[in-house]
Write a protein that binds this ligand. Structure first.
Ligand code: DP6
Length: 329
């Protein structure tokens, strides 16, 4: 029988994750299940810390402020947890601190929802196993399901209606400690969020079915590359997945262009580094930041080169990190 831990205040931490094989498009918009499987790395250093207590009404602050849309999404996520477990609807007050730019293409919502579900579970007494918490986080934001786990994470999309996602760690962080350099090319929230962007893509982009059909081959190739630590193969499949995701988004009507000039310059810089022998590849999410993934020991050169790209405002560095954790505080 599971040990039921109860605490009156809990602290949860979760890290953003970066997809190397991208999720873009939904199978079911009500349950928020993805149309494609994805494969990601969970980061360290960048972190959401959420302190949660019972209160008179569900509430959320992010870095000290409350924002109605974020609060509504958090309450929907807490309601889903309570419906799933049948736990009495005792409200939760959650205060999150985010140590990196929010809603700017750095997966703050993934880390935020991962921290929220794990905080709620700790507060309510640890009622659900991690795969179930991942499913609930994924219902709130698809990529959040992956931040429950550390290292390299595979999210298998449903293959039939009503089937849940299946998320698991495939290789732990310390088995292949890749390094990540993030070139920040703009601050402030992106113009079109992922949810809206992927629905527009699904409903208007003529290449969308091809994007979905090609995903299993990319997942298989990336999993094989990770298993044998074949960096060159992982680089090829990850850049291919990233460029295809942006290509299909650009083919939506109206077309979605998440990049700015510095994004393109940074992308070329990463490719030039790789041509000259530095083991690095890029990936870009629904925003203008460029994430450079490096083999262990290569990130100093990459960080220096990206800092020199005109338009790069800041360079953040991290390694691979653990899944979300919560405990009493
Ligand atoms: C480009 O998980 O933010 O980062 O499920 O609508 O909340 P929703 O979308 P979200 O989308 C992430 C898209 C991506 C690629 C990825 O992380 O796989």
């Amino acid at each position: 029988m599971p040990l039921v831990m109860t605490a009156s205040q809990v602290l949860a931490t979760a890290h953003p994750n970066i997809a190397l094989v991208k999720y873009w498009g939904k199978r079911d918009t009500t349950l928020n299940t993805p149309a494609v499987s994805s494969l990601s790395i969970t980061l360290d250093t960048l972190q959401v810390s959420t302190r949660a207590v019972f209160g008179d009404g569900d509430a959320l602050t992010i870095n000290g402020s409350s924002e109605p849309r974020a609060t509504a999404r958090a309450i929907a996520c807490l309601d889903a947890y309570r419906a799933e477990t049948g736990v009495a609807s005792r409200p939760i007050v959650a205060d999150s601190d985010v140590n990196f730019p929010v809603a700017a293409g750095l997966a703050s919502s993934a880390a935020g929802f991962a921290a929220l579900v794990i905080a709620a579970d700790a507060l309510y007494g640890g009622l659900l196993p991690t795969p179930e918490l991942a499913r609930l986080a994924g219902q709130a934001s698809g990529s959040a399901a992956r931040s429950l786990f550390g290292g390299f994470v595979h999210l298998a999309a449903p293959t039939r209606d009503g089937q849940p996602i299946d998320v698991r760690e495939v290789v732990p962080a310390d088995a292949w400690p890749l390094e990540v350099v993030i070139a920040v090319t703009a601050t402030g929230p992106k113009a079109v969020g992922s949810t809206q962007g992927m629905e527009l893509t699904r409903t208007t982009a003529p290449f969308y079915p091809s994007w979905v059909d090609a995903q299993p081959a990319d997942i298989e190739s990336a999993l094989a590359a990770i298993t044998v630590q074949d960096f060159a193969r992982l680089a090829d499949v990850a850049e291919h997945s990233c460029l295809k995701m942006h290509a299909v988004a650009m083919a939506a009507q109206p077309g979605l262009v998440y990049w700015n000039g510095a994004t393109v310059e940074a992308l070329h810089t990463v490719r030039a580094l790789r041509r000259s022998g530095t083991p690095v590849f890029f990936t870009i999410d629904a925003g203008p930041q460029v994430k450079a993934i490096c083999e262990p020991g290569s990130s100093d050169a990459v960080a220096a080169a990206l800092a020199d790209v005109p338009g790069v405002i800041d360079v953040l560095r991290c390694g691979l990190g653990p899944g979300a954790l919560a405990g009493p505080c």
